[in-house]
Design a protein around this ligand. Structure first.
Ligand code: GRF
Length: 187
């Protein structure tokens, strides 16, 4: 049995898709959802999916006690699915090469501090990039820096807007994030 924890801060469309993808797989269990935002729609989704939610504030998230709590779960993978807090070094050291993130652009471009949510798509459209996409990568101690696991591309149209690009990126995330997770679990 592979045990996964999914960390979220927002809407949770990736959480939903991942949970549905592995629903009928007896070898994969999503043991909990970690959420730092009391207003996140992810909480509702997790409840409907029957996955326990563990709320944390920033201070608790960064505490040694939280790292220990996570270490005790003996997870096979931590998945950051739209999670906005920086993961503390202690947790990264507890789970080396066992934490993955999805970023809504083609890293190393449009990554790092400040590049999240619509800010990414606004910057990509403003720069008239011919392509954007998604990057699934391991998490290390620098934002959006870890080794790349998977990238998928989409072309920008002449009249692309941040919103239309976000919709394309969303499609890519839904199609490829669970597959990338499955591949990492098989390593
Ligand atoms: C996604 O675009 C993901 O790439 C980024 O945050 C967004 C999360 O969306 N890191 P959701 O909460 O899964 O709907």
């Amino acid at each position: 049995m592979k045990k996964i924890s999914i960390f979220v801060s927002g809407n949770g469309t990736n959480l939903q898709r991942i949970a549905e993808y592995f629903k009928n797989n007896p070898d994969v269990e999503i043991v909990n959802v970690i959420c730092n935002n009391p207003k996140a729609y992810s909480i509702e989704r997790a409840k409907k999916l029957g996955i326990p939610v563990r709320m944390v504030n920033r201070q608790e998230f960064n505490s040694p006690a939280f790292t220990q709590e996570m270490a005790d779960l003996q997870l096979d993978l931590i998945v950051l699915a739209g999670f906005l807090l920086k993961v503390p070094a202690s947790l990264i050291q507890a789970y080396p090469r066992k934490i993955v993130n999805i970023h809504p652009a083609l890293l190393p471009n449009y990554g790092g501090k400040g590049f999240y949510g619509e800010h990414v798509h606004e910057a990509v459209v403003a720069a008239k990039e011919p392509f954007s996409g998604i990057t699934v990568h391991y998490v290390d101690e620098i934002y959006d820096n870890g080794e790349i696991i998977l990238q998928a591309y989409t072309k920008l149209d002449e009249k692309e807007t941040p919103d239309s690009l976000a919709a394309k990126i969303h499609q890519l995330e839904q199609a490829y994030f669970p597959v990338a997770i499955e591949q990492v679990l098989a390593r």
